[in-house]
Design a binder for this molecule. Structure first.
Ligand code: N01
Length: 540
């Protein structure tokens, strides 16, 4: 048993788990990481579907904690593809000698707080047991895939793939009649790539999503050198910006810094010019080009119309273009997608869009998809139907805190946290990018580093003051959750009906989970808490 006793157990070896491990080991503590996959990388290990690419720019979506690492690693494209990001995660694990502290193929089945010993007992599926006074959930926000409740899904006898559980071996679409269900970020990235190989591609779309072009490019070496020469300045901007940590300084060589203005100060022509420039610049920062797009319904409607017009300009068939234009949510209130040639793919003769709102799926059959109007024969079926986001992984682990309280009970009406970092009744259990923090609304690596740094400061504070136990006080937690909802309600986000709200999972409480005020204000709030001796946390 003593071999399985550590100061800290970390669940997950994605970007959060790796950096957490690195920081914990650097203080001389012992730590073990439990990871269900066979390698590091988290979301970038699982999501190997064709076209998988980051929607944050490479030089911003990378660790800032080591200037040597940031100088020595070379990103090839403006938006890195999944294999390159996975290679980066592997490089980090090797460079900082982390692998020896990680148990792979080790899915956590339960975590129980032992009040008497003041430690967590974490068990894996293979019934291995680990004990640590501190347990850190670095389990990712989009790590529990969702299978749609479509009749007959198990009956399909052709090749079947789920985007977020893609096999490690190559998948061949040549000569295949491929069907794809799901048009969120994953489906939208996969469609052009599958279409480039398949004999036929049929996309089954229930709800269209807004997508903006990535304008992806191979990075220019001189520009990268110039960027790296000012890396610390860029990083500071990512950390402090009121935006989402993607950076307000231009990451693309030819684009100038964005200087957001409010919609009401613009004429329609000026607003259109700004959106046009943002479209040409590419990427998710389209949403920040006019500063109040996510708060002002008029500004939002203007941006919606702009993108609708773009879709109509790109897609030849007016009926298909109309079906691709989202109309049931304000733009950006569901995660804006970032694509390469998505809309233009529907001009290809072998690509077909089925509008499920007009012609719903009755069932999946052995040989294809039966719609209300016809049977579509398929050799391969791909589903890209999303995740049980933000709480899915945490609630799947049977976490039991003090006095026998389970996390499922504590969160039965939706997640409850203080700062997205801890939850009352679960002592010494930290979450990295948990619900109630900017997490999925931000550049995840910026938010991961900030959370890990906060946790480390908290652990050092505990050592300095000889505390053994920490958890939020209930009043601070409820105050923070009210604040998270208040901020969300000052935006258009709650109108999105998205996975941010749990709306994609039947029966899941509808609570807006991420903190929408931006990484800069959130960091200030956390810093103020830390400076005030971790106000709002109770120590014992
Ligand atoms: O999942 P989604 P995703 N019948 O939930 C459809 C991140 N990400 O994996 O809206 C038919 O967005 C569903 O339709 P509807 C990113 O944060 C990042 O694509 O429920 N369709 C929807 O179209 C993203 O937001 C990157 O009507 C069904 C789709 O499945 C998040 O992951 C890349 C259905 C699910 O879309 C999730 O994206 C990829 C059914 N029964 C992902 N059930 C980058 O970094 C569901 N759908 C670029």
């Amino acid at each position: 048993m003593s071999g399985n006793q550590f100061d800290v157990v970390i669940v997950g070896a994605g970007f959060a788990g790796l950096y957490m491990l690195h920081r914990v080991l650097a203080t001389g503590r012992t730590a073990r990481v439990l990871e269900q996959a066979s390698d590091v990388g988290g979301t970038w290990y699982w999501n190997r579907y064709p076209g998988a690419r980051c929607d944050a720019e490479s030089l911003a979506y990378s660790y800032s904690f080591s200037s040597d690492l940031e100088q020595e690693w070379t990103w090839s494209e403006r938006y890195a593809q999944q294999p390159e990001i996975l290679a980066y995660a592997r490089h980090v694990a090797d460079r900082f000698d982390l692998r020896q502290h990680i148990d792979f193929d080790s899915r956590v089945a339960s975590a129980d707080w032992d009040e008497a010993l003041g430690s967590w007992v974490v068990k894996t599926g293979h019934n291995r047991m680990f004990r640590a006074s501190v347990c850190i959930m670095a389990t990712g926000c989009l790590s529990v895939p969702r299978r749609p409740d479509i009749k007959g899904l198990e009956d399909f006898s052709g090749h079947f793939y789920q985007a977020s559980q893609w096999p490690t071996e190559p998948v061949n679409f040549k000569d295949q009649r491929v069907g794809l269900i799901g048009t969120g970020s994953s489906g939208i990235q996969a469609v052009p790539v599958i279409a480039s190989e398949a004999a036929e591609l049929t996309v089954f779309q229930r709800t269209p999503n807004f997508s903006v072009p990535a304008q992806n490019k191979v990075l220019d070496a001189d520009w990268v050198d110039a960027f790296k020469a000012r890396y610390s300045e860029h990083r500071e901007n990512h950390r402090q910006g009121v935006g989402s940590g993607f950076g307000d300084l231009a990451v693309l060589p030819q684009a100038g810094p964005m200087d957001p203005v409010l919609f009401e100060s613009l004429t329609a022509d000026q607003a259109r010019d700004i959106l046009e420039a943002a479209w040409e610049r590419g990427g998710a920062r389209f949403m920040g080009a006019i500063g109040d797009t996510l708060m002002n319904p008029v500004a939002n409607a203007f941006a919606q119309n702009f993108v609708h017009q773009k879709i109509k300009d790109i897609v030849d068939d007016p009926e298909i273009a109309a079906a691709l234009c989202p109309s049931n949510h304000p733009i950006g209130t569901r995660r804006i997608c970032v694509d390469s040639d998505y809309y233009a793919t529907y001009n290809l003769p072998h690509v077909r869009l089925v509008n499920l709102l007009k012609d719903p799926i009755i069932q999946i059959t052995e040989h294809g998809v039966e719609l209300q109007s016809e049977h579509v024969a398929l050799d391969t079926l791909v589903i890209a139907t999303g995740f049980d986001a933000m709480t899915g992984a945490l609630l799947s682990m049977n976490i039991t805190g003090s006095k026998g309280l389970t996390l499922a009970e504590a969160w039965s009406e939706g997640p409850k946290t203080y700062l997205g970092l801890m939850s009352c009744g679960f002592p010494n259990l930290f979450m990295i990018t948990g619900p109630g923090s900017p997490s999925v609304l931000s550049n995840m690596i910026v938010s991961i580093e900030q959370h890990v740094d906060f946790v480390m400061s908290c652990l050092e504070f505990m050592v300095d003051h000889q505390h053994q136990r920490v958890e939020p006080d209930p009043k601070s937690q409820s105050g923070w959750m009210e604040h998270v909802q208040e901020v969300a309600n000052s935006t258009l986000f709650p109108q999105g009906g998205s996975w941010y709200l749990g709306a994609n999972v039947p029966g899941k409480p509808r609570v807006f989970m991420p903190y929408a005020a931006g990484v800069g204000p959130y960091r200030l709030a956390c810093d103020a808490v830390a400076e005030a001796d971790f106000r709002g946390f109770e120590f014992a």
